[in-house]
Ligand binder design. Structure first.
Ligand code: SF4
Length: 1016
């Protein structure tokens, strides 16, 4: 279609608003949406300046064009989809299509506000006043509790009476700056959204393949033969991704959806199979059993590229739901029991016939032989015929030239077995040879625009940027830390890429503290005690117990988004002060005036700082497929709002001034932090910070080339790739995985800014778009791609190759590991170089095993006598309902298309609220009849932890299930409502969910808990 710019503008606005009313809203009339179409139709493009940006909502990362007025208030006139962008091709979902309204037509916070202890209202203040007052409080409380050494006399340099949460809504550069700032103060309790949405993804995928990220990317979905969507609802929650899912179907692919609820995704697939929320391991365990029993695995791949042939040492055993090595007193396993049997050189012993009873393959077969279709169906409630149909169709991708992929999200991650849910699928994919290939992979659908980047840049208590672990007190020196954390492999075929860790750590330390040598900079980092857990639920439990004086709540809304939100809200009241940085006042910044709270009794001071929207500032965000995409600023920040980077820099300056003037414990880290590397002309600079994240030479360095010639890199020159980073302090790199993203000293070297659609015919065949922005690592678009070719370099799927070898070099994608075909194992990040079907690295077992959610409808289960995962993260004094007749219904939570996360932004956007105005509870016709509830009735939904009202939505989308021979019902709640907007919109579903977590990462179990419903 040949569209003029003007015509396109009108069409895209109309399309966005049409989809906005495809939602499930109850009683909305599209009045403001009509006004929006009228407004857009009167605009003239020549009045404005055009810039490109990226959607601020989900991590599909759709491209935007922003038109900003050249005169008047110079505000944004319009925001629309970028037709050049390879992912969205001009389309936007209702949220993305409403970004103009978010920036320009909502009750945005435009002034700094302050709520005094016991106060009943916010009062306006100046930035100068607020930053000074916050700095005074931070200093007062930090100085009172700062520990230079712990009780054992070990250096710790930490401050544990102030906490920080946030944010996946920040740009990459802001995330890096924020983690650096908070660590320079000595904070150890640093968390953000990733912990509660996708933290289980990281160890699950890293233990399986080497890196904890989505393996492929959005455009690659079209290359699949079968797409399994399970634990996700992409048609509604990642709507533009569905463009590529649809292309797969049009090309003849088969789509499968497995989900408790029949959703818009289900409506578009070839096979829909229901399952009981919280039983995914049973379902996937059954698939593993089906593949092995029917000999459907891709054997050559399994033998050459996975650890199926490894022999497991004598310490490993499994009996009646328990792995060997369990200590009941500590509720933990001794993982050394699960180690591989090594040969004299320290290399795992192998049996390539896969017949040795101690081989991973045979142990796997034995473990999952219990997962018969009947046992699975009894547990999951999935009808037997549907179960077998899914198994049969998905297993058909185990052929060399076929590929199957999976799209998953919170339906898998937010469980006490979240990590093992994902592990189970990773194992299926390794058995079928679906990793590294076009149309394959395990694709984690990230829900926030930069949750991938915020995780990469380590706004998390337990990691430093680039997935370097946080040091503990056992690591007295940098050398000790490196010795403990750097893996060793004696297999000449294994690249064991983490052997380079010392280079990445030294370069990170030099980026943080350029004046110090790496060893000195290491001493400045705060240290954890061994085994110390600072994850989200623990952080809020500590807050509940009164540990913290103050907390930064940056771009987050824990009063709605946190499991057991009632406890979270009470915890916030234990703080002396809170700094909330946001576009809007939300349920967290206003917790002191929430339902049932007497403001006079709440001592917490609240500083509410208004920040800029995404289109008003510069920086990059990393989408789910690891593309680092740059936003160019459109209008100036509205009113007195400021970019987040500027806020953190200005606060750091205030603190530096105070410490210079008054002194205090260990000011070195704060005063020595590399703000010079993050600023230009005295102010925060995203471009400068991006350059620092990439890294540069700190002095002239001469290196020898393979041909014997030498090359000298000058001090200040950008490092071209992480392969060039060094461990002697001669390079900086704020985050090694982003090294190669900014290769010159000016923005022309910022590869995240590239908007170049060119590609070779082979690249075009699989929609690689290697010149559009930049993907970590080293612009590789499909991870583990070395496994897409056989050991001679021939593509397993010649009709959609990811790599081609011409006898000298690789082409198409950037190969994983260099050298000739067959010279190295393909999973270069894993110590032993192979995909791990068995892993001794997770705290809850080397194989996934079915356990019930902590709140569950049954008193026993069919696979063992162990009901719940033995190492679960739980808290004293919190009860769980298990086969409790008071709470007989399995409840799950989900998102609606028109709202995003806690709804803190979208509940302020009239176009979206019109479509989805109110909290509702979805229930089946059968359950509604049993309870005497009609569609539209106001009902109570109650769990052991709380109660809330909702409007009943009686649908055919939930159906009663048969579990262990009994009828069981499920209900569903959107988790995106909160009491303070819109009026009468309802309150948070998380008031009902439990604060229990996966033992590996602490991700809360917000996707399966028990409730009851009654007519209000
Ligand atoms: S919310 Fe996601 S799918 Fe929708 S426009 Fe934004 S990035 Fe695209």
């Amino acid at each position: 279609m040949n569209l003029s710019r003007r015509g396109f503008l009108k069409l895209s606005a109309a399309a966005a608003l049409t989809t906005a009313f495809g939602g499930l809203g109850l009683a909305a009339k599209p009045q403001t949406a009509k006004a929006a179409i009228d407004r857009i139709s009167q605009l003239k493009p020549e009045w404005s300046r055009e810039t490109t940006s990226v959607c601020c909502f989900c991590a599909v990362g759709c491209g935007l064009i922003v038109n900003t007025a050249l005169s008047g208030a110079k505000r944004a006139l319009n925001v629309e989809g970028d037709p050049e962008h390879p992912t969205n091709e001009g389309a936007l979902c209702p949220k993305g299509g409403s970004i103009w309204q978010l920036a320009e037509s909502t009750p945005r916070q435009q002034k700094v506000m302050y709520r005094k202890p016991g106060g009943t209202r916010f009062e306006p203040k100046t930035w100068e006043w607020a930053l000074n007052e916050i700095a005074k409080r931070v200093k007062r409380d930090r100085d009172a509790a700062f520990e230079v050494k712990n009780a054992k006399g070990q250096l710790v340099n930490r401050c544990e009476n102030i906490a920080h949460v946030g944010s996946a809504a920040l740009d990459n550069e802001e995330c890096w700056a924020l983690q650096a700032f908070m660590r320079s103060l000595g904070l150890t309790y640093i968390e953000h959204q990733a912990r509660i949405c996708h933290s289980s993804t990281v160890p699950a995928l890293a233990e399986s393949f080497g890196r904890g990220c989505m393996t492929n990317h959005w455009l690659d979905l079209k290359n699949s033969d079968v797409i399994l969507m399970m634990g996700s609802n992409p048609a509604e929650n990642h709507p533009i991704s569905f463009k590529h899912v649809t292309r797969c179907k049009v090309a003849g692919g088969t789509l499968i959806h497995v989900d408790p609820r029949f959703s818009r995704t289900s409506a578009k697939v070839d096979i829909y199979a229901p399952l009981r929320s919280g039983t995914d391991i049973a379902f996937l365990g059954g698939m593993i059993n089906y593949i092995l029993e029917n000999d459907l695995a891709f054997k050559e791949y399994v033998v050459n590229y996975t650890n199926a042939s490894f022999l497991v040492g004598p310490g490993y055993d499994f009996k009646d739901g328990m792995f060997s090595g369990f200590d009941p007193a500590k509720r933990s396993y001794d993982r050394s029991k699960w180690a591989f049997a090594l040969d004299a050189k320290g290399v795992p012993q192998r049996d390539n016939t896969l017949t040795n009873p101690r081989s991973v393959y045979q142990l796997l077969k034995k473990h999952y032989s219990r997962y018969t279709a009947k046992n699975v169906s009894d547990t999951t409630g999935t009808p037997l015929d549907k179960l077998l149909e899914v198994y049969k169709v998905y297993s058909s991708t185990g052929k060399p030239d076929k590929s199957g992929t999976v799209m998953y999200a919170m339906g898998w991650t937010q469980h006490t077995v979240g990590v093992q849910n994902i592990r189970a699928m990773a194992m299926v994919q390794l058995l079928l040879g679906n990793i590294g290939v076009a149309g394959g992979g395990v694709n984690a659908l990230r829900g926030e625009s930069n949750v991938q980047g915020a995780t990469d840049h380590a706004l998390l208590y337990n990691s430093l940027p680039g997935y370097l672990s946080v040091p503990t007190t056992t690591d007295a020196t940098l050398a000790d830390y490196l010795k403990r954390t750097t893996p060793v492999s004696h297999d000449p075929m294994s690249m064991n890429w983490w052997k380079n860790r010392p280079k990445y750590v030294a370069s990170f330390l030099k980026a943080m503290y350029p004046q110090a040598e790496p060893g000195q900079a290491y001493d400045m980092l705060p240290k954890l005690e061994p085994g110390q857990d600072g994850s989200w639920l623990v952080l809020f439990d500590e807050m509940f117990k009164g540990r913290f004086k103050g907390c930064f709540v940056w771009g987050m809304n824990p009063a709605v988004g946190s499991a057991n939100a009632g406890k979270t809200r009470q915890a916030l009241a234990k703080l002396d002060w809170m700094v909330a940085v946001n576009l809007f006042d939300n349920e967290s910044s206003s917790f002191w005036r929430g339902p049932g709270v007497d403001p006079a009794k709440v001592k917490t001071e609240v500083f509410l700082l208004p920040c800029a929207t995404s289109i008003e500032k510069e920086g990059s965000v990393t989408n789910s497929g690891r593309w680092m995409q740059w936003r160019v600023p459109g209008p100036q920040p509205l009113g007195e709002s400021r970019p987040d980077g500027e806020i953190m820099h200005q606060l750091a300056q205030k603190l530096q001034e105070l410490y210079k003037k008054e002194g205090g414990p260990f000011p070195d880290a704060l005063l020595g932090l590399n703000w010079a590397g993050m600023t230009e002309k005295g102010g925060y600079s995203a471009q400068a910070t991006a350059r620092l994240i990439n890294g540069a030479y700190t002095r002239d360095v001469t290196v020898k080339n393979p041909d014997g010639t030498e090359k000298t890199f000058k001090a200040g020159e950008q490092v071209q790739s992480f392969a060039a980073l060094r461990d002697d302090g001669s390079t900086t790199s704020g985050n090694w995985i982003y090294c190669g993203s900014y290769v010159k000293s000016d923005p022309s070297g910022n590869l995240g800014m590239r908007h170049n659609r060119s590609q070779t015919p082979e690249q075009a065949k699989i929609a690689l778009f290697p010149n559009w922005t930049w993907a970590w690592p080293v612009n590789r678009r499909i991870m583990y791609n070395r496994a897409s070719v056989d050991p001679t370099g021939k593509a397993y799927a010649p009709q959609k190759p990811v790599l081609a070898w011409d006898g000298k070099a690789w082409s198409i994608d950037v190969v994983d590991g260099g050298g000739a075909p067959g010279s190295v194992h393909p999973f270069i990040m894993n110590t032993h170089g192979l995909g791990q079907i068995y892993t001794p690295g997770l705290v809850d077992g080397p194989f996934p095993e079915h356990y019930e959610p902590m709140d569950c409808p049954v008193a026993s289960q069919v696979f063992s006598s162990v009901l719940n995962t033995p190492t679960v993260l739980k808290f004293a004094g919190e009860d769980h309902s298990q086969a409790d007749p008071r709470f007989p219904l399995v409840c799950t939570t989900y998102r609606v298309t028109e709202h995003w996360q806690t709804g803190a932004m979208t509940r302020r956007m009239a176009w979206l609220v019109e479509a989805e105005p109110q909290m509702f509870c979805e229930l089946s016709e059968e359950l509604a009849a049993e309870k005497g509830i009609k569609n539209g009735d106001k009902i109570w939904v109650e769990s052991i932890r709380g109660k809330l009202w909702a409007i009943a939505m009686v649908t055919k989308r939930f159906k009663p299930m048969t579990v262990q021979g009994k009828t069981m019902h499920q209900v569903g709640l959107p988790w995106q409502y909160g009491w303070n907007a819109p009026q009468n919109g309802g309150d948070a579903a998380n008031l009902l969910s439990p604060s229990v977590g996966d033992p590996n990462t602490g991700i809360p179990e917000t996707k399966a808990f028990m409730v009851n419903v009654s007519k209000a």
